[in-house]
Design a binder for this molecule. Structure first.
Ligand code: NAD
Length: 494
């Protein structure tokens, strides 16, 4: 199966537009195909609409954005792309017909994924050529912000197609959840459907308004669900004995008329599966530990989920690690044996980085220079494992000079020169350039100390790190000494 550089979209409505925005943002070209020519303007609008939110998702270094093109010729699209995501209306005969047709124009190593909310892949692949590359890749609206995608194979789907789809979806920042068995509605829509049916009953019976029912979710369970599913939450609800006690205590309620949906018999086998499943999810953590974790994310949900490496925050963190690693590898390849300053970060000035004068605000310069150092450290082998082992470089001093202006959405990049190195310290000099004219808009000089984080004192760097830094300093020794290096702040008087 192919490495995906170009994504083909079949159907460019709500879901097609969401796929386009996500893929383009992470550097994938997109060829969007829809029968209606007017969908071109629609999908371009949808992508533009998604951009401000996407821009805030991560400040890790991104590859250049992908390019979007549009066609009404579905077969021409199929012949040019590395992966096809189908998003046409949820009608089985229509999907079967279009997938069969497109499969005759897409090379056999191109995965064809359907966004279907509930149709079975075995039915979809029925008339296709090379049906083994058909999978269901069911996303959630808005596709550009929600990481979940359910991956379902049909009777004839190959494991290679599933793995290739998983790789691609992960690359564009998603959480690919493999569904073991194809069933109508997959997993998530079955759960959503159960809630939905009950909502309809209650509205129909005049028990509550839709607003009251939404309140019953958004002020309570909805907050918990962002990072722990119902099973893990109920495991906590059982107190120290966890799920077993929970089932014992609340099991009888399953026979009470709390819902119009019929619950399954609570057999010994089901109890064991529930207890074992939640114990595995807890992964050795006690109820107390999980409670602390749960309370923490309830206080500072969404943005903070990333710090706990849980739920969608874990997906974002993994994405950022990949983006920083890619940037480090790119920088290493570009500057291997070159004596030019290292070009470590390329990014664009996000709307929320702008101050009241319309320019990038002070603290964002620190952030961008920090991102450059992050890439440099990864290149030196200083990563999470290194820090977890108890050592890390700390900034001792930073001196920023603001020389030019950068405005909203402007492309910028940072170059870094290693000025000096000794056993415990290194001194860096960064320049922040505007991409359009290479003008240096700011410089930063930094002193870094290598610290034993547990002892809280400076210690010599390991030989390998020191040697890599010294090699860079030697390469950069021939460069002109930056005029701003070593400068203090003064006010000249006449
Ligand atoms: N909307 C959601 O929340 C959601 C979520 C997950 C999955 N899905 C699934 O995604 C798919 C698309 O849903 P949507 O909400 O984007 O629908 P939509 O109606 O917004 O878009 C469908 C698009 O397909 C185009 N189309 C119709 N027939 C076509 C054909 N033969 N060839 C090419 N294009 C054709 C239409 O012009 C339209 O632009 C469905 O299978 C749906 O179940 C929807």
């Amino acid at each position: 199966m192919r490495q995906v550089k170009t994504l083909g979209l079949l159907g460019t409505g709500v879901i097609g537009g969401g796929w386009a925005a996500r893929a383009l943002h992470f550097g994938i070209d997109v060829i969007a195909a829809d029968l209606k020519p007017e969908m071109e303007a629609w999908i371009r609008g949808a992508v533009a609409n998604a951009e401000p939110a996407l821009a805030r998702l991560t400040s890790a270094p991104l590859p250049p954005k992908g390019k979007l093109s549009f066609t009404t010729d579905l077969n021409a699209m199929a012949a040019k792309v590395d992966f096809i995501q189908e998003n046409i209306p949820e009608q089985l005969p229509l999907k079967q017909r279009v997938l069969a047709e497109v499969s005759r124009h897409a090379p056999a190593d191109v995965v064809i994924a359907s966004s279907t909310s509930g149709l079975m892949p075995s039915d979809l692949q029925k008339d296709m050529l090379a049906p083994e590359r058909l999978i269901v890749g069911h996303p959630f609206n808005p596709v550009y912000l929600l990481p979940l995608v359910e991956l379902v194979g049909g009777a004839r789907t190959s494991p290679q197609a599933i793995e290739a789809a998983k790789r691609f979806y992960t690359y564009i920042g998603m959480h690919a959840l493999k569904v073991r068995k194809e069933i109508p509605g997959h997993l998530t829509d079955r759960l959503q459907e159960a809630l939905w049916r009950e909502i309809l009953h209650m509205v129909n019976d005049g028990v509550a308004t839709t607003g009251e029912l939404d309140e019953s979710i958004i002020y309570g369970p909805g907050l918990r669900w962002a990072a722990m599913g119902t099973n893990q939450i109920y495991h906590l609800a059982g107190g120290e004995p966890g799920m077993r006690h929970m089932l014992h205590q609340f099991g009888p309620c399953l026979k009470w008329p709390w819902t119009k949906l019929e619950a399954p018999e609570l057999t010994e086998q089901l109890i064991d599966r529930m207890v074992d499943g939640t114990a595995a999810q807890a992964a050795g953590r006690s109820i107390r530990e999980l409670e602390r974790l749960r309370d923490d994310y309830l206080v500072a949900i969404q943005q903070v989920l990333r710090q706990f490496d849980i739920g969608a925050g874990g997906t974002l963190k993994a994405l950022e690690t990949r983006l920083f690693n890619d940037a480090a590898a790119k920088a290493a390849a570009r500057s291997a044996a070159s004596d030019a300053p290292l070009r470590l970060v390329e990014t664009a000035v996000r709307p929320e980085w702008i101050d009241y004068n319309g320019h990038m605000t002070d603290s964002r310069y620190f952030q961008v220079f920090g991102d450059a150092v992050d890439v440099l450290l990864r290149r030196l082998g200083i990563d999470e494992a290194y820090r977890a082992a108890g050592q890390s470089p700390y900034t001792a001093e930073t001196h920023v000079s603001y020389l030019g202006e950068v405005g909203q959405n402007e492309s910028i990049y940072v170059t870094t020169q290693v000025l000096d190195v000794d056993a415990k310290r290194f001194r860096l000099f960064h320049r922040l350039h505007r991409s359009r004219d290479d003008v240096v808009a700011a410089t930063a000089e930094q002193m870094w100390l290598h610290v034993d984080t547990r002892a809280g004192k400076t210690v010599p760097m390991p030989g390998k790190v020191l040697a890599a830094l010294a090699a860079l300093a030697a390469l950069h020794a021939g460069l002109p000494r930056p005029a701003e290096a070593g400068r203090g702040i003064s006010m000249q008087r006449d």
